[in-house]
Design a protein. Structure first.
Length: 346
């Protein structure tokens, strides 16, 4: 039987830094990251974080970018959003405005209430961009530096440190996840960072994503809260280098990589070709990124099967052995699990 708590115990036992309070420490090798937002009939974010051993919660997904969402973004957090969308101003001109592309939800109460609750217990909450979902015939995409910078500015204005005098707020733009309880208590979120789970090949060689991440880092420093550590993480497929994210990882700094050691048979965690060692050879801006072993939370977490029809799910006992075998590497950061609901129900 799979257990988030048993994996947390396994990783904690391998670190000198205890994680009994589930507080994120970047230098620890016992961090546990679990994606929330795409589970069927999922519990609220606050319920998931309560008494949870998880240190990092990527909330998934922001899955439409500026060119697909009239200049803003679109999101999908499963059953956590309902009832209406913000009306974007149009991008790049009013003539190109398509009302059907407004997909930024106005009512995501479980996320609004959950982010402050999770952060209050010492967890890092980051917003994940991308995912496997795509628009029919028009998957999310960034094309060039300008789109990347525009996305970064919107993400920071909408989800970063609140500034009543910023150009973003003075222009009347939304803060979709502010408001806390019932959206009315005046809470302003300050997200802990952004995760890039890019599963469509960039058409510009990754230039837009690289520009977006660089601009986000500038905003973290210039506009973020003093002494707060903001994060940029990525979730590449395990084939090295990843076809969709390889140029990004080579071109800009990631703090952590949640490597998906599932769905790709030749390098999956339950395959002899498991290639964690290959990922430790990263050079360039992300040479110091912490590497997480990404595992499925249950057989139901993915419909993908290997060439013999088997699941990519790794039972807990085998997962513990895998963690023990690789945890002593200086680049090992912990474990990532996809995703919260299936893992909790397993």
């Amino acid at each position: 039987m799979f257990s988030i708590k048993s994996l947390a115990t396994a990783t904690t036992a391998l670190s000198l830094i205890a994680s009994s309070h589930a507080t994120y420490y970047p230098e620890s090798t016992s961090n546990l990251a679990v994606y929330w937002g795409q589970g069927a009939n999922q519990a609220t974010l606050a319920e998931f974080c309560k008494d949870s051993p998880v240190e990092i919660v990527p909330v998934a997904f922001i899955n439409r970018f500026t060119a697909q969402a009239n200049g803003w973004v679109g999101d999908n957090y499963g059953n956590a959003c309902w009832a209406g969308e913000y009306k974007a101003p149009g991008w790049p001109t009013t003539a190109n405005y398509t009302p059907d592309n407004d997909k930024l939800y106005t009512t995501c109460q479980p996320v609004r209430e959950g982010i402050p609750a999770c952060q209050g217990s010492g967890k890092k909450v980051i917003l994940s961009l991308g995912g496997a979902w795509s628009l029919v015939g028009s998957p999310y995409q960034l094309t060039g530096r300008d789109e990347g910078n525009a996305l970064a500015e919107f993400l920071w204005g909408a989800y970063g440190t609140y500034d009543a005098n910023s150009d973003y707020i003075l222009a009347g733009n939304p803060r979709p996840l502010d408001g806390g309880l019932l959206g009315t208590d005046g809470t302003h979120i300050d997200i802990d960072g952004f995760d890039f789970d890019i599963e469509h090949a960039p058409t510009d060689g990754g230039e837009g994503y690289i520009a977006c991440i660089k601009r986000l880092r500038e905003l973290f420093t210039a506009k973020g809260l003093p002494n707060k550590q903001y994060m940029i993480t990525g979730a590449p497929q395990c084939i090295y280098p990843d076809a969709n994210m390889g140029s990004m990882i080579a071109g800009v700094q990631f703090d952590a990589l949640f490597i998906q050691f599932y769905n790709s048979e030749q390098c999956a965690a339950n395959n002899p070709g498991f290639n964690f060692d290959q990922w430790t050879e990263i050079t360039g801006p992300s040479a110091n990124a912490k590497l997480y072993i990404g595992l499925l939370g249950s057989p139901a977490a993915s419909t993908a099967v290997n060439s013999t029809g088997g699941s990519y799910y790794v039972p807990t006992a085998d997962a513990k052995a895998l963690i023990q075998a690789y945890s002593m590497h200086e680049k090992f950061g912990g474990v990532m699990v996809w995703e919260a609901t299936t893992a909790t129900q397993n």
